[in-house]
Design a protein around this ligand. Structure first.
Ligand SMILES: *Cc1c(COP(=O)(O)O)cnc(C)c1O
Length: 260
């Protein structure tokens, strides 16, 4: 099988897994979107996935996002949305804004405020480099629209994982909801890194509890915070059972990544 056919076949298999997991949980499979985590993949592989029907991608390094951006904006490349799913350094905010329509990894008010200000500046006509604003149709977010964001929560308690502590998630979400240029769309987490399914399930249940808590406040800017981005190649069934609306899949579609 050539590379593109392999990607298409594996994407089909992931969709079947999601559908089966949704079915088991009594959920409509259409409630769960598959985001392809495309880190380290060449543009050709990403295009093959888009041609096989993928429509939601996630990059976790600004450098790769910028490097693949032009190739994915070429005519003939199927329409898709690009989310940022990695740790976002403040000096990369403008680059990410150029190519991504959603930042899933907001884990501090400081980062949220930087994003909010960057959106305001971009809409005022200032490009990241100080030149003219890009007006070539490749800007991810329509001018004047808020930037979609998810609050990243550290639901596993693992010290190496990014994300706000669950106990602080409500306060951060409400603060993000008040920022005029951001639209809080929900929550994201990276599950516990363990083969113990019960522990993984608890971390995903925790994210669902955070969402319920924040929606329950009825606070301004929280009504659209319905997304739960959780679950990866190895544990997406657990995440779908816990209510995931976006699962983020890399290796199950592209194969194992080369070790860095
Ligand atoms: C790479 C990555 C994934 C996908 O992980 P796989 O195990 O390859 O499916 C999901 N989320 C984030 C944030 C990632 O960086």
């Amino acid at each position: 099988m050539d590379v593109a056919a392999g990607i298409a076949a594996r994407l089909g298999e992931v969709r079947r897994r999601v559908a089966a997991a949704a079915d088991d949980a009594g959920r409509d499979p259409r409630e769960v979107r598959v985001l392809l985590a495309v880190k380290t993949q060449p543009v050709e592989a990403i295009r093959a996935a888009l041609e096989a029907g993928a429509d939601l991608l996630g990059h976790n390094r600004a450098q790769e996002l910028v490097a693949t951006g032009p190739g994915l904006a070429e005519p003939g490349v199927p329409a898709h949305a690009m989310h940022f799913i990695g740790h976002l350094q403040s000096n990369k905010v403008n680059q990410v804004l150029r190519w991504a329509s959603c930042v899933q990894t907001v884990d501090s008010l400081r980062l949220a405020e930087r994003l909010d200000q960057a959106v305001a500046r971009a809409d005022a006509g200032a490009a990241p480099d100080g030149g003219a604003a890009p007006d070539d149709g490749t800007r991810a977010r329509a001018a004047g629209e808020p930037l979609d964001v998810l609050v990243q929560v550290n639901t596993s308690g693992e010290a190496t994982k990014a994300g706000v502590d669950p106990a602080q998630a409500r306060e951060l979400a409400l603060a993000v909801g008040r920022l005029p240029h951001l639209r809080l769309r929900g929550f994201m987490t990276i599950g516990a890194n363990t083969p113990d399914a019960e522990v993984v399930r608890r971390s995903y249940d925790r994210l669902a509890e955070v969402r319920a808590d924040v929606l329950g406040t009825g606070a301004p800017g929280t009504a659209e915070a319905t997304e739960l981005s959780m679950g990866m190649s190895g544990d997406l069934e657990i995440a779908v059972a816990a209510g995931a609306t976006i699962v983020r899949v890399g290796t199950a579609v592209f194969g194992a990544r080369p070790k860095p």
